[in-house]
Design a protein around this ligand. Structure first.
Ligand code: ATP
Length: 231
């Protein structure tokens, strides 16, 4: 769809296009349209901007992901089409695999998501393996990869469904999510919830992680010593 940049809802309409295009390409499930619509409604109410509360959660999320031993980024069809480049960037920054995990079972769609991420530069995309599952979950999302979610201590799961967020926690994992609905079960169950649009939150999360990674203890000590020596 050709949307003029001057349109007051330009970003929102372009984002809708990405999701619709994802459905046409078989990357996003048709149910993903409904999930996106729910997100849009909350975004509208939040003023379509990153709140101070969300900024604080992004800081906590950056720290938790950086301190994790085995972080993993769980990807569904909506996240894959909305922020593929950012997911790949986060994966590289954290040295964490991307793991495809979808609610509506389809091997074909799983492979399409993997290929889509690889097209955007992903080098380590895992698929669920029916030989491995997490406990406390009945849906297709229980199947996991032994090199990814199964052994992860921190799972980053943007646009999650509540059942799985809860199951991941019961399996002893920390869950970081992005969800525009602060009332959803995911938002309520996760260890850290970033209540923001994934399209705005991902670049901010990446920036924060890059900033934290630059922390240099020696440099900090030098700066303190310099103050003392100046007396
Ligand atoms: P739950 O199972 O957690 O109670 P739900 O049934 O509403 O929630 P789904 O429909 O599986 O969950 O997932 C959609 C969730 O993703 C919604 O909470 C919606 O607000 C959120 N969401 C949709 N699009 C975005 C987006 N672009 N950025 C952030 N969150 C989004």
């Amino acid at each position: 769809m050709k949307v003029p940049k001057s349109h007051p809802r330009y970003i929102s309409l372009k984002t809708r296009d990405l999701i619709a295009d994802g459905v046409e390409k078989g990357i996003t499930s048709i149910h993903g349209l409904i999930a996106h619509g729910r997100g849009e409604a909350f975004d509208y109410l939040l003023g379509e901007k990153t709140t101070d509360a969300a900024k604080k959660s992004i800081e906590a999320a950056a720290a938790m992901l950086l301190l994790a031993k085995n972080p993993v980024i769980s990807v569904n069809g909506n996240a894959a089409v909305l922020v593929p480049k950012e997911l790949v960037k986060l994966s590289n920054l954290l040295n964490a695999p991307l793991e495809v995990n979808i609610f509506h079972q389809s091997k074909q769609r799983e492979i399409k998501i993997k290929k889509h991420l690889e097209k955007h530069g992903a080098r380590n995309v895992l698929l669920p393996d029916k030989k491995y599952k997490i406990k406390f979950l009945e849906s297709n999302r229980k199947y996991v990869n032994p090199h990814g979610i199964l052994k992860a201590d921190v799972v980053f799961v943007p646009l999650e469904d509540g059942d799985r967020a809860e199951a991941l926690i019961k399996n002893g994992k920390k869950v970081v999510t992005i969800d525009l609905n602060p009332l959803s079960r995911t938002a309520q169950k996760a260890t850290i919830t970033i209540v923001d649009n994934i399209t705005r939150a991902m670049p901010l999360l990446i920036k924060k992680i890059q900033q934290y990674k630059k922390y240099d203890n020696k440099k900090s000590l030098k700066q303190s010593s310099k103050i003392i020596k100046s007396f």
